[in-house]
Design a protein. Sequence first.
Length: 285
Amino acid sequence: MREKVNARGLSVGFYSETCPSVEAIVHETTAKFVFRAPSLAPALLRMHFHDCFVRGCDGSVLLNSTANNRAERDSFPNQSLRGFQVIDAVKSAVEKKCPGRVSCADIIALVARDAVSLVKGPRWKVPLGRRDGNVSMASEALANLPPPSFNVTQLIASFAAKGLSVKDLAVLSGGHTIGVSHCFSFSNRLYNFTGKKDVDPSMDPNSQSFDVDYYTLVRKRRGLLQSDAALLNDNATSAYVDLHATASGKSSFFQDFAASMVRMGQIGVLTGTTGQIRNICSVVN
């Protein structure tokens, strides 16, 4: 039976009758990739975020561009996305068992959860029942995805526009603990911060890479992205950083992260008879 249907029409156990083995299939397939290449874990988490912030969590980030349309995945913010082959492999495995039942949008949400848990992160129950969108435009990715150069005021506004709180911002930023970054995302902090070939003065000169202790690094001014460092410039986000930069506060982070991921996964979902269940995630039916 389905559990706990929420106001947005999603429920834990949505496929309990139509595809009861879906979560096992997703986990097994995702594990094969992540165990071979652990760096895919943050990439798959990032893909879920990039999907949900543009048109909602509808799988639109997976659609290929066409002759008449440049899709989200080819926009500048998404050109560094990785892991599409994982989604395709999971979708193929699910289709063999349950053809036409499970949406690509739900698969992204499940894969992101499993990828995090496979690298010793939290595991949470994912409300399911999303359907896939038919529209994907590169211009909307540019307009909706917060760039790494955003200050804390801009970040708060960006998250608020999606129904996410300041706490969600602080918590979800912690996902950077398992990631790496491309040079273009932070090079301005190193070489030309104010246009005078200078270094961002708020950046610790000993910071060279991320560590698993994200909040400790941010507190020490070693956050790699400008948006990481920005968390120190708001009372609420700075307080969250302070709490989780110490051993006494770390026990609550997994629980907070799981709750924020569930909230993020509800942004703008299509349910019921809206959208479709794509047969192949990269093209509309």
